[in-house]
Ligand binder design. Structure first.
Ligand code: PLP
Length: 298
């Protein structure tokens, strides 16, 4: 029987024992490994506790976008989780090596995974996984989004920092479950709402809202992840004379806006065409501009 599987180039795996500084045994700080062979130990704290952090970098026609801001955020997550600081130069070189080792494809997704490591060892485990990105074409032309209760207030960073708001942790089971709930409700994605009524972010994306000439995102102080995409777009919008701001918004603010997007490094800018049962205007020209900026082509 012939296989009907698409001919997707093989993913690349790079193990990075020097991710927190040069390995003490003098071995290379990173090396290629077989992505089809077992590599993780069952006692790694990411396996037993979901204890680790990650980043996903989008690579477009071979060029990684926003590597610096992603590594800044990885360092921030490490700080919030009291993990050893990642060694920046090693990770920059390792990301380049992973891209270099992968077959040329239009869109690559590169994950940098950084865990608390083996129980009792006290040293992080790190690997980089580069694979052909999923096809997000349909997502980028407009999506239905449902609001879902996050069960936490926007004051969590102040009142309960141990809940790790704003850290990109490897405990994403809740985020994935929210995505499945959105699909069950006939939507492509969801927008989390805090218990005090303010909108937060998507499970894997940042919210951007347009009201006239002003573009708004949720404040990081409300417990959302500091997005790299929104920063890129804000810089360009500001250059073009628009107002940009971080400000708390309600569901009604978004539903009554002149346009809204969910932003992420691999899916880019997904315009929200419907929020719950309200239709929203979709500006495809502006979305294309955002796409060019987020793929490093503008
Ligand atoms: N918020 C969450 C919870 C995310 O997981 C992500 C990305 O994965 C984002 C926001 C968007 O971040 P970025 O723009 O850096 O891709």
């Amino acid at each position: 029987m012939t296989s009907s599987l698409p001919d997707t180039p093989a993913p690349v795996l790079l193990l990075v024992p020097g991710a927190a500084g040069a390995p003490s045994d003098g071995t290379a700080p990173f090396h290629l490994a077989d992505p089809t062979a077992p590599q993780l130990k069952v006692t790694d704290l990411v396996v037993t506790r979901g204890d680790g952090i990650f980043e996903t970098v989008g690579v477009f026609d071979g060029t990684p976008v926003n590597v610096g801001p992603h590594l800044d955020r990885l360092a921030r997550s490490a700080f919030l989780l009291e993990l050893p600081a990642p060694h920046r130069e090693t990770l920059v070189a390792a990301i380049d090596a992973a891209i270099e080792a992968h077959t040329d494809v239009a869109e690559l997704s590169v994950r940098i995974m950084y865990t608390r490591g083996l129980e009792g060892a006290g040293a992080p485990t790190c690997w980089i996984h580069a694979r052909t990105a999923d096809d997000w074409t349909a997502y980028r032309s407009g999506i239905r989004v449902v609001t879902l209760d996050r069960g936490l207030s926007t004051t969590v960073p102040e009142t309960s920092p141990w809940l790790l708001p704003g850290a990109k942790t490897l405990s994403y089971a809740v985020n994935m479950a929210a995505g499945r709930e959105a699909k069950r409700r006939g939507a492509a994605d969801c927008l989390f709402v805090a218990t005090d009524g303010y909108v937060l972010e998507g499970p894997t994306s940042t919210l951007l809202v347009r009201q006239g000439d002003t573009f708004t995102t949720t404040p990081v102080s409300a417990g959302v992840l500091p997005g790299t995409c929104v920063n890129t777009l804000f810089a360009d919008l500001q250059r073009a004379g628009h107002q940009v701001r971080e400000h708390l918004m309600t569901v009604a603010d978004v539903a009554g806006s002149d346009g809204a997007w969910l932003l992420s490094s691999t899916r880019l800018a997904a315009p929200i065409s419907q929020l719950d049962d309200t239709d929203l205007p979709v500006d495809l020209e502006l979305t294309k501009r955002f796409e060019a900026l987020l793929t490093g082509k503008a």
